[in-house]
Design a protein around this ligand. Structure first.
Ligand SMILES: Nc1ncnc2c1ncn2[C@@H]1O[C@H](COP(=O)(O)OP(=O)(O)OP(=O)(O)O)[C@@H](O)[C@H]1O
Ligand SMILES: [Mg+2]
Length: 315
């Protein structure tokens, strides 16, 4: 349905934000776009919706060239932007209904659909509150509802769950799925690998403007097939344990958590080592589990945001 081929975009000043990006998003598919800060995700979606023009490459939706016709792009796509939408002077109800009308919905349909989304996202109590007095999370959910009220063929969500509480996140994910079940393609930008693992059908990881890997969560997880993760909660105040020599990686997540990645055939050794560390009073708790998509992500693009204990010994 959406075909992005060879999209390249260099900003004035020389930053190449997208570098030959290829992507395919199908109808009824939730497609995740993951990547570090500054990887080029927002730049890419801005070009899809006609807010910026690529230097090279093509963007085609249902056989129609979006680069040639940015107006068409805006009609065919609905977007929840990463930046909070200014709805000053409006209430969520007005903002969502108005967006529905602007997207070509009938008045009574827009009203009904707005009420249904308010219910589904559990924001009913704020629907008639002035925008200036809304919390960050309710603003974010309002912005999602504006993208979902009369969805385009393609719905683009740029960090939709930022600021949203865990219970409403689940409600939001259910609505994302409902959009896809209704036939839309959903392009979902997120940093949250754990949530993405549960919620997307396929995903791509963008690294410095390039797609480095693409596939289903299961396929990506399989890129670290023979690894287990040993999650350690460290005993407060005690000297942290030295990772065993056969560990593949050891990452200190914060003051009292450490994740040691080990080859799967070392499962028994890993459990024995952790038990010994527990008896020695250095480890409070531990768990051994198959590698997650987050582990695959870190292995693929490098864990630059976390201190590596081994290979560098920064803490
Ligand atoms: N208008 C602009 N002018 C110049 N450079 C820009 C502009 N917008 C973004 N950039 C640069 O382009 C690169 C990609 O930015 P982009 O906003 O697309 O990243 P992102 O993947 O959305 O990041 P984040 O996860 O932080 O939202 C970054 O290096 C950024 O500094
Ligand atoms: Mg962004």
């Amino acid at each position: 349905m959406l075909t992005i081929d060879g999209v390249t975009k260099t900003y004035r000043g020389g930053v190449r934000a997208n570098d030959g990006v290829h992507l395919r998003v199908g109808a009824s598919e939730v497609y995740g776009l993951l990547g570090h800060n500054g990887a080029g995700k927002t730049t890419l979606v801005n070009q899809v919706v006609g807010l910026a023009a690529p230097d090279a490459g093509t963007i085609v939706l249902d056989g129609q060239d979006l680069v040639a016709d940015p107006g068409l792009a805006r009609r065919l796509c609905s977007i929840q932007p990463q930046a909070q939408v200014p709805i000053t002077g409006l209430t969520p109800r007005r903002a969502i209904e108005l967006t529905g009308r602007l997207r070509g919905g009938r008045a009574d349909d827009a009203r009904r659909r707005t009420a249904a989304l308010a219910d589904a996202l559990d924001i009913g109590e704020w629907m008639d509150t002035d925008a200036a007095r809304l919390s960050g999370g309710v603003k974010r959910l309002t912005s999602f509802a504006m993208a979902a009220v009369v969805p385009g063929r393609l719905v683009i969500l740029d960090e939709p769950t930022n600021d949203v509480d865990p219970v409403r996140r689940r409600l939001l994910w259910a609505q994302v799925r409902a959009l896809a079940d209704g036939g839309a393609g959903v392009l979902l930008v997120t940093h949250n690998v754990v949530e993405a693992e549960r919620s997307v059908d396929r995903l791509a990881i963008l690294d410095r403007g390039r797609v480095v890997v693409e596939g289903t969560p299961v396929e990506l997880r399989a890129s670290v097939p023979d690894e287990l993760r040993l999650d350690l909660t460290l005993e407060p105040g005690a000297e942290p344990p030295d990772p065993p020599a056969w560990a593949l990686r050891a990452v200190r997540e914060n003051g009292h958590r450490m994740v040691v990645t080990v080859p799967a055939f070392r499962a028994g050794d890993a459990a024995g080592w952790a038990l010994a560390e527990q008896r020695a009073g250095r480890v409070e708790e531990f768990g051994l589990a198959p590698a997650t998509l987050e582990d695959a992500y870190v292995a693929l693009v490098g864990g630059t945001d976390r201190a590596e204990v081994r290979d560098g010994r920064a803490a």
